[in-house]
Structures are given as C-alpha cells and as structure tokens.
Design a protein around this ligand. Structure first.
Ligand code: FA5
Ligand code: MG
Length: 457
C-alpha cells in the first residue's frame, strides 16, 4: 500500500517535470503535485535569496585560491536510479532507496536525494577533457520524503565539491612522484589561507583509519595528504561563512547571543557507500554541534565508472547542506520561509550580504487532530508516518506547520489499531479562517480513507 499514489482521488498516468513528460508506474510513483510544483524554483540561483547568497559566497572562497573548480548549478532534479544510487555503489537493500524516503517518478526515474547523483557525470567531464579543471562544485535542490516542521522540509539544497589528482606512477628512484609534490604544495597553500582568516578554527579530530579503512590502491602518504587537503578545504569554507556571521553580530547594537572568539569544529567517522575513508564535520554553534557536511576519499570503482583507468587517480568529495547554514547565518526561524513568495521576506536580502532576518508578524496557528482505525491490510503493510505527511501536505501545502503521530493504541477486544495525528495549521503570511481549516481537514479525512482504506473516527 505504502507508495501507491493517487492525486486528489484519481490515478495519474503521466506527470510533467521541468518540461519533460514521464509515464507513471503505480508500484513506484510517489511524487505528488505539491512536490512537482517546487522543482522549478531554483532558489539556489537567486542572488538575493539566503540560499543563493550562501552558495555564491562558498563558491567564491573555494575558487579564490587556484580556481580549481568548474561550477555546475543547472542540473535538473530528475535523475535515474543508476545515477542516484547504483553509480555510487549503494547496496540493493539500502534504506535510502525505499519509497518511504525517496520520491520516485516511476521505476526508472526519481528526484535526486543528493547532489552526489551528478558525481559520475562530472568526473567524466574531467576525464574527457570537457572540463579544463581538476575539480567541480555542483549546487542543486535535493528531495527527501520527511517529516514537516520548522527545520525539515521535503526539499533542501546541497553543494557537492570534488577534486581529482592524476597519479604519477613513473617511479623514478629517489624522486617523489609529481602528484605528491603538487599535493604538498597545494596543502601548504590551503593551510596558509586558513591561518590568514580572521577567525581561528579549533579542530578536534580523533578519527583513525582503524575503523574507517583506506582503499588498497592508495599509499599511506596519498591518504594522508588527500584527507588533509579535503578537511582543510571544508574548514576554510566553515571559517569563511561563520566569520562573516561573527562580524555581523559584532556590529549589532543589541546583540544578545554570545559572540564566539574562535570556531570549534570536530571531525567524526562516517560511512558513505562511495567514499573510503569517510567523515562528517560538525560545527559548535550556540551550544550545539551541527552536522553540516559529509565527505571522504572517492572509491576507485566510482572513478572507473566515470572513465578513469584503474588506480590512475585519487580524489576527494564532499556534500554540504546549504539550508541549515543559511538559516543560522540569516537567523531564519522557519525553513518554509525560504519557499514563501511574500515580499516581506524577499525584500530583506541583498546580493552578497549576510544580514539578520527581521521576523514579520506571525499569524496564529490552529491545531486539529485526525484519528482512524487501521484495516488489517494497513496493519500488515504499515502506513508510514511520511505517507500521512504527504497527504496532509498535498491538501494544505505550506499551511502546515507540523504533523505528528500523537497517539496509537490497540483495541483490547478487536485487536484493531487506532492512530491519531495532530496537524498544526499555520500560515507564514496570512490568517487562515476556521471554515477554511474545516474544509482542509475534511479533505485530509477523505483522502486518508480513500488512499489507505482506513476508518476515520
Ligand atoms: C549526503 O547527502 C552525501 N551525498 C554527502 C556526501 C557527498 C558524502 C560526497 C560523501 C561524499 P547526508 O545525507 O548526510 O549525506 O547529507 C549531507 C548534508 O546535507 C548534511 O550534513 C546536512 O547538512 C544536509 N542535510 C541532510 N538532510 C537534511 C535535511 N533534511 N534538511 C536540511 N539539510 C539536510
Ligand atoms: Mg548525514
């Protein structure tokens, strides 16, 4: 049952996304009209939008040293399963592939869940000489089925960054391979850049290769230099961005938050199917560690799939979340504000400027519950929390502040299971009337009954 999709009570045979028609497949398709409606927004390309301003600032910093990155920001969100998962070595049973996590257009196409979906294509552009640079940056909107609340939205933005070095395997005795010399020089350059940043980074890193092993084909020195180059590059991005925030906090007259004198970051071990070893960086900001970026040294299989000869290159990759950083830099209290069309939001931002968002008056919210008995079929096949979210979102779009499963119990005699979801309706830009909410609530109840056969109470 989970994943069977009907748009407003009728089954849809084809969908159109970014001008392209796709035939749907009832056993896969779970994209909805409300999600498709977001695929053309390209917030990351808007130069006066927090996500666009942040993207540009990071690209500029990373290319300020030796301009090593080609920038690709126009990739469309529909990709193949192969690009999103197989090309990166995701196992067949990886949870990321499931219909409860991913928006499928049909059995072959899906909405990318990360910018890594374009790695193979871009590595190939380096290999084939189409890109004259040894690296690339890709920014794009990515889609994941998820809960809805202030910090979660089914669309967010990532920036992928990759670098490649061709290995010199000439083995002239007594002479260091050319790529090692080059890497050393590049690393020294990066470290020098970091030391010149006004804000110092304090790095905690007690990760080891013992439980995060290197790939066979790479030498210890390559792993060491390449990992350090990767980590210092990401640290440079983090100081650049947070330093700008710290500077603007200092300028505020009535700043109440504590102004850090240095930036604390820590590296922790991670796992991604296409990198080894792998890490995540966390940044300490106002009392919390924030996970901002996953990364690692690219697996040889991925590079080979992109056309490189076996063991001919070494490479790193990272994937950075833009929205969380943008929310914190611009002090945006609710992620849905990024998607509003209200000028009271958009008029506050200027090209290349990181400023503090001033909230405009909030409209009061209204809470309504919907409770239902699951059928035997539902109990066997499970309605996923995300399936209920999806129905609510489809009916009421951005009028939803949050949806939560608040109660579940089993009837002592019949053994039937009842679930109750609490829906918080709230608009970012207007008052919603009671009669409007009643209508929405009615539609939610009808669609739940129609799609899942549940008995609404
Ligand atoms: C990835 O998506 C990997 N593709 C990253 C990567 C690239 C690893 C290249 C190795 C090599 P992850 O799912 O952890 O990993 O997401 C990466 C970043 O995106 C996170 O650190 C976080 O900053 C951001 N992110 C993830 N989920 C969300 C979400 N629901 N809302 C906002 N930001 C998110
Ligand atoms: Mg993660």
């Amino acid at each position: 049952r989970c994943g069977t999709v009907r748009f407003y009570s009728q089954a849809v045979k084809a969908v159109e996304i970014n001008g392209q028609k796709y035939v749907t497949d009832s056993s896969y398709t779970n994209v909805t009209p409300s999600i498709i409606g977001l695929t053309g927004r390209s917030l990351h390309l808007k130069e006066c939008h927090p996500v666009g301003i942040l993207r540009e600032a990071i690209e500029k910093k990373l290319n300020s040293i030796d301009s090593a990155f080609t920038v690709y920001n126009e990739f469309k969100p529909v990709v193949t399963r192969f690009e999103n998962f197989d090309s990166l070595g995701f196992p067949e049973d990886h949870p990321g592939r499931s219909k409860s996590d991913t928006y499928y257009v049909n059995g072959e196409y899906l909405l990318r869940t990360h910018t890594s979906a374009h790695e193979m294509e871009c590595f190939n552009r380096i290999k084939s000489g189409k890109s004259g640079k040894p690296g690339f940056l890709i920014s794009a909107d990515v889609y994941r089925r998820d809960e809805i609340d202030r910090t979660h939205y089914p669309v967010f933005h990532q920036m992928e960054g990759c670098r490649v070095w061709k290995r010199d395997r000439s083995e002239v005795s007594g002479k260091e391979p050319a790529h090692i010399t080059r890497l050393r020089a590049e690393l020294a350059n990066l470290e020098e850049q970091l030391s010149r940043q006004a804000t110092k980074v304090v790095v905690e890193d007690d990760t080891s290769l013992e439980d995060n092993p290197k790939q066979e084909y790479m030498t210890d020195i390559e792993v060491d230099l390449c990992s350090r180059h990767l980590k210092r590059s990401i640290e440079l991005v983090m100081t650049e961005v947070f330093q700008r925030k710290i500077e603007s906090m200092k300028k505020l007259e009535n700043n109440t938050s504590e102004i850090p004198s240095e930036l604390r970051v820590r590296w922790i071990k991670a796992y991604f199917p296409w990198t080894a070893p792998s890490w995540e960086i966390e940044v300490w900001w106002q009392g919390d560690w924030l996970e901002l970026c996953g990364c690692g040294l690219v697996r040889e299989e991925v590079l080979q799939r992109a056309g490189f000869e076996p063991a001919s290159t070494i490479s790193w990759a990272f994937g950075l979340g833009l929205d969380r950083i943008a929310m914190l830099l611009f002090e945006i209290p609710d992620i849905r504000l990024f998607w509003t069309n209200d000028n009271r939001f958009h008029d506050q931002f200027q090209k290349q400027v990181i400023n503090t968002f001033k909230p405009y008056s909030k409209y009061p919210g209204t809470v309504r519950d919907v409770a239902f008995w699951l059928t035997k079929d539902n109990q066997l096949n499970k309605i996923h929390e995300n399936d209920v979210m999806e129905i609510v979102r489809n009916v009421a779009g951005d009028l939803i502040e949050s949806v939560k499963l608040v109660d579940q119990f089993e009837h002592p005699k019949t053994g039937r299971i009842s679930q109750c979801y609490r829906i918080n309706y709230q608009s970012m830009d207007r008052n919603i009337t009671n009669s409007e909410i009643n209508k929405l609530q009615e539609q939610v109840r009808n669609q739940l009954a129609e799609t899942y056969g549940v008995e609404v109470r």
